[in-house]
Design a protein around this ligand. Sequence first.
Ligand code: ZN
Length: 241
Amino acid sequence: MILIPIVAFVVGTIVGSFLNVIIYRVPRGISVIKPSSRCPSCGTPIKSYDNIPILSYLILKGKCRVCGAKISPIYPIVESLTGIVFLLLYTKFHESPLVALKFMVLSSLLIAISFIDFREKAIPDALTIPWIGVGLAFTLLLKDLPILQVLLATVISGFFFWSLRLLFSKVILKREALGEGDIFLLMLIGSFGGFWGVYICLLVGSIVALLAHVAFPGKLQGEIPFGPFLSLGAFIGILTL
Ligand SMILES: [Zn+2]
């Protein structure tokens, strides 16, 4: 059945389209439900036929139909990325669709968090704190991981990162290091992926962040958002569960 993986990809692009709304609106404090999507330049509401994930961007050649203002390529990038992520998760977890769903929820949050953190250098609590409860509830219901282990992973990873932050901020660097949002991000990953998720997240996240730091020494000076690296690591953690 080749059809189902395609459906997973298409659903991913539609979710990605909504993640774009979250990425744009949540840091600005605008409701994600109302008003409907509109062009940031001229304010014209976007017609449903111009709101098809990926395709509309290509058909309109990246420009608003009304005023011709350039549309950020971030939109089709987020849509394609979410599509690919959903496809990979479906491939990995197709034998237990609800577990696939659980990790699709986490991955969607991680994508929104990564793009927001990259741009704003901060992770909105609304995308982490309440979802830690959702992660625990999923694990409790699906029993895909031992709940006690997941509960411990959530608490310990939060405490671990909080201590690390204290150590870096007060002793080593003597300036604000490792955002507060990263603590809740790690707890979120623990609540969905348990110790393995957190372990791979930290391992891969740190290595890739270090490599990026070496590869682009000038660009990443100052405050480096750690969220995208942790998210990438967490995703690899999920795929290797
Ligand atoms: Zn416009």
